[in-house]
Write a protein that binds this ligand. Sequence first.
Ligand SMILES: Cc1cc2nc3c(=O)[nH]c(=O)nc-3n(C[C@H](O)[C@H](O)[C@H](O)COP(=O)(O)O)c2cc1C
Length: 322
Amino acid sequence: MGSVVSCFSDILILAPIRGITNRNFRNELQRTFGGISSGLAPFITTREDGKVSEKLIQDTDPKSNLIESIPQILTKSASQFHQVATILKNCGHKKINLNLGCPYPMVATKGKGSGMLSDPKKVEELLAGILKVADYELSVKLRLGRESSKEFEKLIPILNDLSIKDITIHPRTGIQMYGGKVDIESFDKILPQLNTIPCYNGDLTTLEDYTRLKGRYPQITRWMIGRGALINPNLFTDISDGKGSAIDLDKIKNFIISVGEHHLNTPNGKSDFLHRMRESWEYLCKNFEQEKKVYKLITKSKSIDHYNDNIKKIFSGQFQAK
Ligand SMILES: Cc1cc2nc3c(=O)[nH]c(=O)nc-3n(C[C@H](O)[C@H](O)[C@H](O)COP(=O)(O)O)c2cc1C
């Protein structure tokens, strides 16, 4: 009897979604659904006074993460990056990611995240400043530009000259936020000009999306997936197995209950429990025929007990999967 050998060898990376894909979520996702090669953790911001969130540092602790979780830093200062990166390095991390993609006006108007992309000189200064002192590998996650994809043209020689090897590109501009379409045509043009093969990120939500994108970019081997996996947590396995699966509501139920229980066991877990669960349900509700009704049950939950009652209702059989 011949055994079935999977020949899938691409790398599937869980994207950082601040407020949702924390350690607890990443661990439960891998435990329940599997298929994730590694993850990028949501960003840690730096501060002038050098203070840094202990909770966020612990979130990427290699000893308590089931999947390798690369930490990400959001900053416009090379010295502040290095300061936080050194703490992370001392926790066992070999690679640290720089966020040059965050589109939120509160971040971008301060020249951080995607807000820096329209100023290639600043990008060069930041990257060169970090590389001068870095005793860890630097990876970068970025968009096509702040206002226009044309901004990327000036970033290409910087990324090439500084030999940044690990680049993830989300082919949208900052002002696009998360709306509109990914700009595949601009990505097409960028790809052959880079000295490295980037990781692709953006709107990969089904096995069919992966097959289409892999057909277009056979040379790309690393794929970062965010919102698609928040809706269908089995997406990584669907892709690596090469066969889609029907949404398994029982598995989703076990998963989200575990995420909730673990969250309640974290310090202050009770105080932001409803908020955290709501953020996950914004995506999970899309698996139900009556997604609006399901989401409303979550948003109308007034207490943890009320939420738990509503979870029972949602999975009682009364609401069908799409
Ligand atoms: C609510 C939210 C929070 C996010 N937080 C981060 C973050 O902390 N760091 C980051 O690099 N990208 C962040 N992103 C962007 C995602 O990682 C990803 O680049 C984007 O959603 C596109 O990929 P997707 O279409 O697979 O979701 C966030 C996106 C959303 C919607």
